[in-house]
Design a protein around this ligand. Structure first.
Ligand code: FES
Ligand SMILES: [Fe+2]
Length: 346
């Protein structure tokens, strides 16, 4: 698999957790090969520390959180949200000058973003542009998949939707007409982003189209569609869908977005966080419940394929070299952007 195994950029924001995963107990999660522990600190913000006690290297995540400090489960050393030791019970003296490494974090869009680089981030401009998640009238459902595969294999999957009619023949594949993928796709690079746009013309209304698209139209009616993907280095992918009614081609509107953050765990595993962002429509609660279940099933299908693909790459005597087809242009650019950022001097 060559250098792709190692294409993990440290100087970047990654999704470390969903905000709602951080409760009363410490959360252990490995990111970019580093064991991290997440907890809510005394100031109320979510803290990420190296999950190694500075005393004897026990995982801090085996301990507990009290008043915004984490207590190691081995000999009770307490660390505050800066990672600094504030108390060493039963040691009979001042707290030792010990600290665990602290990683910068930002809470946004219901996720905890963590910065893995040694050089602190200049700002939060490396976060994905998911402002539409914060618009009034929009909501989302979301999920997490642990994937035993290199994170770029998940990005490839998201950037090349020609797999839909095959991997997802019984799930998401039913939402789109395969002919969509024969219409030309524009792909372009802009700084750290790769964009794609595909106008699909008109295809028939599907039972799984969001109700806002289908409103007032009979089954089988023609709907114009387009699909836009944005990749942001190193591993955020936003897929936006637009629709318009045949009789109102000038009236394009966003139907929904699928946002994805793919966080490397090791060079052969990743944490895949995703959310489907759609208009809030209480009348369609059941539709979106079904859509949520269908999405989980579909992403299970991706996971199965990607894990099997990774296993085949690892035991390939030919080195698991990948070949690009026309549908892989965006992935090729995405990998290029990450490689360029890896090569950038600090
Ligand atoms: S290893 Fe953590 S207190 Fe001893
Ligand atoms: Fe998929």
């Amino acid at each position: 698999m060559g250098s792709a195994v190692m294409d993990i950029l440290a100087d970047a924001w990654y999704i470390g957790a969903s905000t709602n995963e951080i409760g009363d107990r410490p959360l252990a999660r490995r990111v970019c090969n580093e064991p991290l522990v997440f907890f809510r600190g005394a100031s109320g913000s979510i803290v990420a520390l190296e999950d190694r006690c500075p005393h004897r290297k026990a995982p801090l995540s085996f301990g507990s959180v009290t008043n915004g400090e984490i207590a190691c489960g081995y000999h009770g050393l307490r660390l505050n949200e800066q990672g600094i030791c504030t108390w060493a019970p039963l040691q009979g003296n001042e707290p030792p000058r010990l600290a665990a490494r602290k990683y910068p974090t930002v809470e946004r869009f219901g996720f905890v973003f963590v910065w893995m680089g040694v050089t602190p981030p200049a700002d939060t401009s490396g976060l994905p542009s998911w402002e539409f998640m914060e618009q009034g009238g929009w909501t989302d459902f979301r999920g997490y998949h642990y994937v035993r595969g290199h994170y770029q294999l998940v990005c490839d999957n998201l950037l090349d939707l020609t797999h839909l009619p095959f991997v997802h023949a019984e799930t998401l594949g039913r939402m789109v007409d395969a002919s969509l993928y024969l219409s030309p796709q524009k792909t372009w690079v802009e700084g750290d982003a790769v964009h794609t746009h595909r106008d699909a013309g008109s295809t028939s209304l599907r039972p799984m189209d969001p109700p806002e698209v289908a409103a007032g139209l009979p089954e089988g009616a023609l709907i114009g569609r387009s699909q836009n993907s944005q990749f942001y280095s190193p591993s955020f992918v936003t897929v936006g869908f637009e629709g318009w009614r045949e009789d109102q081609p000038e009236n394009r509107f966003a139907t929904h977005y699928v946002v994805n953050g793919v966080t490397p765990e090791t060079s052969t595993s990743c944490h895949y966080f995703w959310a489907v962002v759609h208009r809030a429509n209480p009348a369609a609660a059941e539709f979106y419940r079904n859509y949520h279940a269908l999405t989980i099933k579909a992403f299970d299908e991706d996971q199965r394929m990607i894990e099997a693909q990774q296993a085949r790459m690892l035991d390939d005597p030919a080195g698991g070299k990948l070949v690009d087809l026309s549908g892989d242009l965006a992935s090729r650019h995405a990998r290029g952007v990450v490689r360029r950022n890896l090569a950038r001097p600090l």
